[in-house]
Design a protein around this ligand. Structure first.
Ligand SMILES: [Zn+2]
Length: 233
């Protein structure tokens, strides 16, 4: 608690706790496929990335309104403050919401309404990172970037996440270039389950300033040397 911390890898939808999930489900008249809070908590026992992602996407159904996204972010910030977090760079997955009919403005305005008061309320500075879902077509990522243009003052960077293997960074070269042209920072999940070559692609083709996960870099000593030399987190 006493040590000030920076949270650099935080998926806001992944912070949804069972209690809040049930509260939001109730508020929106949704029935979750879990008997109670404890049953849902028990379901948080993951065996791999996909089993995590399945529950992650299922629970998002309770996020419908600006107030839901505000409450999600506010709950995270309240909890983070108790752990000494002083800065948080927060990922969100817009396509996971727009693809089920929630407008992009609802997502961004809801999250932003909590982030905007975070410094005063929680002493936590924040950044917001719009992530593209890499298992969807690059054209849909480009559509998402275009739709986000009215919100550029609320977004600091773009990122890339979700199911990695078979969805290499090179697929998103064009959309990351477009994001750079808009003045956005760029980060990417790479080498989480995919090969070290995906990390090279994220650096060379996407201009990623930070690699998220990146653990497979250990398979490629030249890459580790490069990351160390360039001081790329
Ligand atoms: Zn991640």
């Amino acid at each position: 608690m006493a040590i000030p911390k920076a949270e650099l890898h935080l998926h806001i939808e992944g912070t949804l706790e069972p209690e809040l999930a049930f509260h939001l489900a109730d508020r929106n008249g949704i029935t979750l496929p879990h008997a109670d809070v404890q049953a849902l908590r028990d379901a948080y026992s993951f065996t791999d990335l996909q089993s995590f992602l399945n529950l992650y996407y299922e629970l998002m159904d309770v996020l419908r309104t600006e107030a839901d996204f505000h409450d999600l972010a506010e709950a995270y910030l309240t909890r983070a403050a108790t752990q000494g977090v002083r800065h948080a760079e927060i990922f969100f997955d817009p396509q996971a919401h727009t693809n089920r009919g929630v407008p992009l403005a609802t997502v961004i305005n809801g999250l932003s309404s909590a982030l905007d008061t975070s410094l005063q309320r929680h002493n936590i500075s924040t950044s917001l990172i719009l992530c593209f879902l890499r298992d969807l077509p690059a054209s849909e990522a480009m559509d998402t970037l275009h739709a986000a243009r009215p919100h550029l003052h609320q977004i600091n960077a773009v990122g890339l996440d979700s199911a990695e293997v078979g969805n290499p960074p090179e697929k998103f070269t064009e959309v990351f270039q477009a994001a750079a042209d808009l003045g956005l920072h760029r980060v990417a999940h790479a080498g989480e389950e995919g090969p070290a070559d995906y990390i090279w692609q994220a650096l060379d083709l996407l201009g990623a300033e930070r690699i998220d996960h990146g653990i497979r870099c250990l398979d490629d000593p030249a890459l580790v040397t490069h990351l160390a030399t360039t001081q790329t987190p």
